[in-house]
Unconditional design. Structure first.
Lengths: 345, 345
DNA sequence: ACTCTTCACTGGACCGGTTAAGGGAGTGCG
DNA sequence: CGCACTCCCTTAACCGGTCCAGTGAAGAGT
């Protein structure tokens, strides 16, 4: 990339036009004391006339703040495009960033090593003032990385996964338990769960919680399948769960996201099974998608947008030296719709 | 945001450790001639030992390149989260950016004025080396802005909308015509289209093309509805189209995106209409979602990921001073699936 | 032996801001 | 009248790189 032909207007031009020094302009634009109202006005007027705004690059280099927040996402592009969670999360983050006029530096990475590399380069290169870390795994290398770099971050994930990092998290274990209890209360005794990627920390948490809940309720059947979160995988998993003899197959299935639940709905239809009479389906996340199907999908729903906003707020607090700690957000709540009912039998 | 406590290692430290000057380190890291192999190696070794990588901020300020590309998106967050197109597009863009180790600066904006402000601030502040402009409207202010700033951009949209800017676009008019012809060939004489936001340029193009195709084929009925691209709006539009008496209502509906088609499918089911026997549905974009419904959705499909990649490639070419011009990408092709068939009557 | 190149590298100005230290004018007070 | 104290504003040193003119030494040519 090469430079541009545009004649850039700099702080010097503004200073000259306002008849003051660079320093005065800087003071004015940072709302610092030490300038008379009159001068301040002259400076702002000059800046407006020249269409000048301070160069964030120079400002950053001069050692003050960095108004950019990093987010590296490590999931296959194919899955991402369909995963409503991400965009909603990002839009929640953005809503808070915008208030601080800072932006999101986004990068799709293929694996954890690449993410660590990207984060480190961003931080070292002063590209970002802090970062949002998502999709924690067991023994996540980003915990050590963060401590090594001393970079302000917010980790999205349960404290058991995120080490000592400041974290924002939803209580997945409780949510899973609630989902299973709800289905059991409807009378289901054979329940399956189509889970997400097995290497993700929150998947393990949900898997363990499901096992525990199934045990506690002494279910007659409890299945769990790991997928890659894609609709295809959800369809495959559903198909294989439902091909068993009627007496042996689950009467209710919990999905780890919306897309797989939609896919499950379609598989049930294709197999001639009615939802919810023959099989109940319960989605997760509850994007708009759940209200667009027929029947509508019951779901564990939470405010993903608000979650993103909370993450961003927490990050700003960490960046400005506030205290970190662990920030749980409200547990997803069950939103019953048309896809869950007592089993027919 | 305040600075960090970390002792930053700079080019000076590396230079000292390698026993050379700053300039030499700079040469080495930019792979420029003028250094012996031995010195080069010593420098890289020193850098590795100190864990140093050049500060992009300083590098940018010093006037070379800017390795960041901007993208401001101006649609309601609610819609975005569900719109598979965007994430797929972004992931396509990213795939090319990654090769150049540059990143995407993303911002969700509420309106065009805000976008113009953001783009201008980014450019003025040397935050970005170029930008991707999407969702063009008639008389789009970004055309003038770009020319005023002399900023390298790629406009995603038909040349008739993007003025003299370098553009990458799909031939929506031809695609709409093909869609209508296909449905007409199946025997449909009453066809509706549930379009996107009316203020978007590509919506107007599709609307005009639909009118023209309907006229050319002398259809007995042709409806068009504008929406905000959301599933809810798609459902509402579908419901109102299908409430007419059987002899007066459309027997086929074309949607401007996937989500609305999914919503339409569910509305048809809710109204007791069979798809495709009673009404045929045709989606647009063809994300994975179209294969997850029952019946599967026929769609006008194109390679959104590849489209994003092409946009990014074109932007790099513009940034490096290559020639701009107009870059059409392949027209969406019809992918028939289970949701389209000859009308029952 | 002398000049001319070439090669490898250095020194320092510069990018566009921030910031601490400093200076001059005006005012209050003894 | 002199002194201290504000209040405003300027000066200049950074921040961490890039880039270019320049230097010194080795090798080539005559």
């Amino acid at each position: 990339m090469t430079a541009t032909p545009t004649p850039r207007v700099t702080i010097k031009d503004v200073a000259a036009r306002a008849g003051v020094s660079k320093g005065a302009v800087s003071l004015a634009f940072n709302h610092k004391p030490g300038l008379s109202e009159a001068t301040r006005d002259r400076i702002f007027l000059a800046a407006r006339e020249l269409g000048w705004s301070p160069s964030l690059t120079a400002r950053t280099l001069a050692g003050s703040r960095v108004d950019v927040v990093g987010l590296a996402v490590c999931r296959p592009a194919r899955v991402l495009g369909l995963e409503p969670w991400y965009m909603e999360f990002v839009s929640g983050v953005e809503s808070v960033l915008a208030e601080h006029s800072s932006s999101l530096l986004l990068r799709l990475v293929r694996n954890m090593d690449e993410e660590v590399g990207v984060q480190e380069a961003w931080w070292r290169g002063r590209q970002i003032g802090g970062s949002i870390l998502v999709d924690f795994r067991a023994d996540d290398p980003r915990v050590a990385m963060t401590e090594r770099l001393g970079m302000p971050v917010v980790a999205v994930g349960h404290p058991s996964l995120t080490g000592g990092l400041t974290s924002v998290w939803t209580d997945d274990a409780t949510a899973v338990t609630e989902a299973v209890r709800y289905l059991a209360a409807l009378g289901h005794r054979r329940i399956a769960r189509v889970g997400g990627a097995a290497d993700l920390g929150h998947t393990s948490i949900r898997t363990a919680a499901f096992d525990e809940a199934a045990g506690a309720l002494a279910l007659a059947g409890a299945w769990q399948v790991a997928t890659d979160f894609s609709g295809d995988a959800g369809a495959r998993a559903t198909r294989s769960l439902l091909t068993a003899a009627p007496a042996d197959r689950p009467t209710a299935i919990v999905y780890d996201n919306d897309i797989m639940a939609v896919a499950g709905l379609s598989v049930a239809a294709e197999m001639g099974l009615r939802v919810p009479e023959d099989v109940s389906l319960l989605a997760w996340d509850d994007s708009q998608l759940c209200r667009l199907t027929h029947p509508t999908l019951s779901a564990m729903s939470h405010d993903v947008h608000g979650f993103g906003a909370e993450v961003a707020r927490t990050l700003f607090s960490v960046i400005t030296g506030g205290e970190g700690g662990s920030h749980p957000v409200p547990t997803p709540v069950l939103t019953p719709r048309g896809s869950t009912a007592p089993p027919k039998v």
